[in-house]
Ligand binder design. Structure first.
Ligand SMILES: [Zn+2]
Length: 140
């Protein structure tokens, strides 16, 4: 009997890639006009209005800027969960779920790092993955 492997799905297709060491990288856009980096990659730069946007691998670490605990979760999501703003080391501010104990959240400015984890299970029973951040537990 063979078991068919089911590939995970990503919540935001095309936003997660891998570097040479097979670590997850979050892909954003870098404006060819002014150099601004944004996640996700926009069709037009909100700073200079250039439509020339390049793919760029974003920093994998940053600091917790802010967060909120959500108790009324969407269908299929765990509840409660924390949604955070993280300031990445390359200057991009990104919104993402925050891993950890929502009853004992980390203080603001805590160093955090990118991980990819389960967002939810879809109606077909397939795991849907997304980017998220967790407090840094080890030095680089
Ligand atoms: Zn620009």
């Amino acid at each position: 009997m063979s078991v068919e492997a089911v590939e995970p799905r990503y919540a935001l297709g095309g936003t997660i890639s891998f570097d040479d060491a097979r670590r997850h990288r979050l892909m954003g856009g870098k404006c060819a006009g002014c150099g601004a980096k944004v996640f996700p990659k926009p069709k037009i730069c909100s700073s200079c209005w250039s439509t020339e946007q390049e793919d760029v691998a974003l920093a994998t670490r940053g600091k917790l800027y802010s967060f909120s605990v959500v108790h009324a979760a969407r269908k299929g999501w765990p509840s409660p969960y924390a949604i955070a703003y993280v300031d990445l080391e390359d200057g991009v501010r990104i919104c993402a779920p925050l891993e950890g104990d929502v009853a004992n959240p980390p203080p603001l400015d805590t160093p955090v790092e990118l991980i990819v984890g389960t967002l939810r299970t879809d109606a077909d029973g397939v795991t849907v993955l997304s980017h998220r951040f967790k407090p840094v537990t080890e030095a680089r």
